[in-house]
Design a protein around this ligand. Sequence first.
Ligand code: IMP
Ligand code: MG
Length: 169
Amino acid sequence: MNILIEENTIKEKIKKIGAQINHDYANKNPVMVGILKGAFVFLADLLRSIEIPLEIDFLAISSYNGKASSGVVKIIQDLAINIEDRDIIVVEDIVDSGRTLNYIIENLKTRHPRSLAICTLLNKKEERMVDIPLTYVGFNIPPVFVVGYGLDYDNQYRNLPYIGVYDGK
Ligand code: IMP
Ligand code: MG
């Protein structure tokens, strides 16, 4: 596996994003919504770099089969928290075509949150098909298929502590 982003580089970036969120959401008690399964590692680390009061919740969706985007997004497990009038930070592992987040954003907006921000660890800009406003971005990466740090290929490799380029082996 070729390493694209080292464990330490991820750690440093998470400290910076955490500091920004501390500043932007002081006294707001935001709800951080992790998109399962991919974002659970990022969310777990990001949380611990944030000191302000906050709540977390999860939304489990399916959008991908293997490496090809199906374009079909389905909610498998919904939020437990009522997000009306709450400040929401959606935490995602990667934004690729943007279809998944577009669906999620439209869905969450119907519940009338006070605000809605997106925090993604990885951004594959070049593959974007739907414009998504990203508030916090960890790393812009080239259009390669990556695994590790929560990201999978057919549910494997989520446990790698770094981001690697999947080489098909
Ligand atoms: P989008 O709908 O095309 O933006 O795809 C977003 C979702 O596809 C993410 O939540 C990931 O689960 C998955 N995905 C996109 N690119 C990759 C990748 O390089 N590795 C692993 N999963 C990916
Ligand atoms: Mg995902």
